[in-house]
Write a protein that binds this ligand. Structure first.
Ligand SMILES: Nc1ncnc2c1ncn2[C@@H]1O[C@H](COP(=O)(O)OP(=O)(O)OP(=O)(O)O)[C@@H](O)[C@H]1O
Length: 690
């Protein structure tokens, strides 16, 4: 029997079977060689190289799994595109894809990761001076352009999975267009023309071709393995339940093969994990060999990587994923995909300046990508949990993110890249004028822009260096002046993760009582700091052991155990707290590099609250006679969310970080402030308002 952890996940056996898996290196190389040769793309290698030589912009459309992402960079390398120290850069919308594809390609090339083949994502760089094939996130290439406007190290840039139309992909396309022009203009031999390739299995080549002045598009025919698509006869009322039923149907009726289920977010994934465990307990012992492995973006990377490990012997793996696993990735063992047809997407209302996450049906392109995850190693099946007639009604492609998000961050990046005229920037699809104006206004209020709309010095430049939402970057800068940067770093880290408290419906009262231990009468921000510090105490403080190497190990194991128990008893989401610790150490590194003074205000929380007021003044709300609050910025009538420690309190004036619309309009992450502070600390806004 494998050793099962308490939550039903296997720990050590994952490693053992992985080692066994890699034992025969020679057979493995041979297997990889044959597998590469059988990819549809292998037969068009020479033609593709010719096309790249002939055209500066090339659009490549090919079935999922045909070999675009892993093979084309290797073709270009062997055709000499990496001579004279130049590299091929490949962007991915997601970190997990950049990492896993780079690992795979390094293995295919028989090199160590970080040598010829590497990856670079925010806070994690596995490249070196000899790296010639570099996978990275699209956001990272944008940041590279800040330091090297000609992107001079690249001979070719491949924008992969362009159909996703993330805001970074869209901005990157505009930027790459400019870089191509700049390189052509430059007489310097250091800057030969930049080749640009745009790829996907499901993009509308016409849109991209037109944007690049009638660029050449090639279609690669054929897929490696067939995927059967199955639909339900009728619409499902509860797609979570339908997914559960399908998981067990496959588990009990199909012989081999792991399952990949697409869900909309962390909470849903964790609920399904619990439900799978519950149902497993009702099955006979012989049918219980099923392990669940979650993957979502806020899960720390080492934990994300667990989905790529094989399940222990005789077990079936069920990967519960958000759309993070939708494109590019190959998860070994997956033969079945369950696609309920929904995704959590950003939505932005420029008039109210309000961004929210909503659950919407996927597009056809997304459905295609999802089913593509099943046919990677052999024939597969995809269970779409909706009728075929519904599929026909789906949008062809996903609405570009740039049309549905707050643009403050993008504009800050563009300004830092020297693009001052945002309205004139050549976007593949222009965001609405109202959205641009609102975001410029927002940046101006935060002090990132000067009166003539240039990046301010030093604040705007400092803000552009921090990989955070501009309002949080500004909060960190201010906190160093208010002597509470320690506290603000924790706050920003905790605000950047999913909720740290969880309240299961069946234990609502218990969880509320537990949460009270951390509650601060001043509000949620200080409450979050209390939770973080309590967790830190458990994981870090060596109160009971002298500091030796052996004790260190024992301490780690013990503190982990204590931490888990503490999380359970206090209804705290341990994953979220760990993620916050991770983010905390990363942003701490950034602010240290920037030379900001990191000090703590100690017990003087008044100082910290004043800093919150100075930072989040755009999101302040005042109590109304009938008990509701009115948000200053938008004039909307809102209520404090029931999850807030200030719910049903009588405080007069608050700042908040989030506005959500469910049955009512709620504000979340709320702290009590004095109204007078607003006029004192943000006079430019509060005199304008009155
Ligand atoms: N990490 C991996 N482990 C095992 N096989 C892999 C791995 N990565 C890729 N492969 C194999 O290589 C094939 C081609 O993968 P590749 O990512 O290049 O395809 P693609 O055309 O870019 O697909 P997509 O459009 O879905 O990203 C996969 O179908 C799979 O068989």
């Amino acid at each position: 029997m494998p050793s099962m952890a308490q939550n039903g996940r296997v720990t050590t056996d994952f490693k053992q079977s992985n080692q066994a898996h890699n034992s025969n290196a020679f057979a493995r190389r041979e297997e990889i060689r044959q597998q590469r040769e059988s990819l549809p793309i292998a037969s068009v290698k020479e033609r593709l190289i010719e096309e790249v030589k002939k055209h500066d912009v090339l659009i490549i459309v090919g079935e999922t799994g045909s070999g675009k992402t892993t093979q084309i960079p290797q073709f270009l390398f062997s055709a000499g595109f990496c001579r004279e120290g130049k590299s091929v850069g490949i962007t991915q919308p997601r970190r997990v894809a950049a990492v896993t594809v780079a690992k795979r390609v390094a293995e295919e090339c028989g090199v160590e990761l970080g040598q010829k083949v590497g990856y670079s994502i925010r806070f994690d760089d596995r490249t070196s001076g000899v790296t010639r094939i570099k996978y990275m996130t699209d956001g990272l290439l944008l940041r590279e352009a800040l330091l090297d406007p000609y992107l001079s190290r690249y001979s070719v840039v491949i924008v992969d999975e362009a159909h996703e139309r993330t805001v970074h992909t869209d901005v990157l396309l505009g930027l790459l267009k400019n870089v191509q022009k700049a390189r052509l203009k430059s007489q310097d031999r250091k800057f030969p023309p930049l080749k640009l390739i745009i790829m996907s299995a499901s993009l509308d080549a016409r849109v991209f071709s037109e944007y690049f002045g009638g660029a050449r598009a090639v279609h690669i025919q054929g897929r490696q393995h067939p995927v059967d698509i199955l639909y339900t006869l009728y619409p499902e009322k509860d797609y979570v339940d339908a997914a559960l039923v399908t998981i067990f149907q496959i588990h009990l009726e199909e012989r081999h093969g792991d399952i990949l289920v697409f869900l909309t977010g962390q909470e849903e994934i964790e609920a399904v994990e619990r439900l799978v465990q519950e149902r497993l307990r009702q099955l006979p012992e012989s049918n219980r060999k099923l392990v669940t492995v979650p993957i979502f973006s806020s899960l720390p990377s080492e934990q994300q990587m667990r989905v790529f490990m094989p399940a222990p012997d005789g077990h079936r793996k069920v990967v519960l994923a958000t759309n993070i696993a939708e494109t590019s990735v190959t998860i070994p063992g997956i033969k079945f995909v369950i696609d309920p047809g929904f995704v959590k997407a950003r939505s932005y209302d420029p008039a109210k300046g309000m961004e929210s996450l909503i659950i919407i049906p996927t597009s056809k392109a997304q459905a295609l990508q999802r089913s593509g995850r099943a046919g990677r190693e052999g024939p597969g099946k995809c269970f779409r949990l909706y009728p075929e007639s519904e599929f026909e009604k789906l949008e062809d492609s996903t609405k570009p993110e740039i049309k549905r998000c707050n643009l403050a961050n993008v504009i800050l990046q563009l300004k830092a890249l020297g693009v001052d005229d945002i309205f004139g920037f050549d976007f593949i699809e222009k965001p609405s004028r109202a959205a641009i104006v609102k975001s410029l206004e927002h940046l101006f209020l935060l002090g990132a822009l000067t009166d003539d709309c240039k990046l301010s010095d030093p604040v705007g430049h400092q803000m552009a260096r921090l990989p955070l939402d501009p309002i949080y970057s500004k909060a960190l800068i201010l906190a160093s002046q208010f002597n509470c940067l320690e506290e603000m770093l924790i706050t920003v880290a905790m605000l950047s993760v999913d909720s740290v408290f969880y309240a299961p419906r069946e234990k609502l009262d218990e969880s509320r009582t537990a949460a009270k231990c951390f509650a601060s009468p001043d509000g949620d921000h200080i409450t979050l700091i209390n939770v973080y510090r309590a967790a830190e105490d458990l994981l870090e403080k060596r109160k009971w052991v002298p500091h030796t190497e052996r004790n260190e190990k024992i301490f780690k194991a013990k503190s982990e155990k204590i931490f888990k128990r503490w999380c359970k008893e206090n209804f705290i989401n341990g994953r979220s707290v760990r993620h916050a610790r991770d983010i905390h150490s990363q942003i701490r590194g950034h602010v240290e590099q920037m030379g900001l003074r990191i000090t703590s205000c100690g017990d003087d929380m008044l100082q910290f609250r004043r800093c919150l007021a100075a930072s989040f003044f755009i999101n302040a709300a005042l109590k109304q006679p009938e008990g509701n609050y009115r948000a200053f910025g938008t004039g909307q009538v809102v209520q404090i969310h029931p999850s807030s420690v200030l719910f049903q309190s009588k405080v007069e004036c608050v700042v908040f970080n989030e506005m959500v619309q469910t049955t009512n309009k709620y504000i979340r992450n709320v702290t009590r402030i004095e109204y007078m502070w607003l006029t004192e600390l943000a006079p430019h806004y509060y005199t304008m308002q009155s």
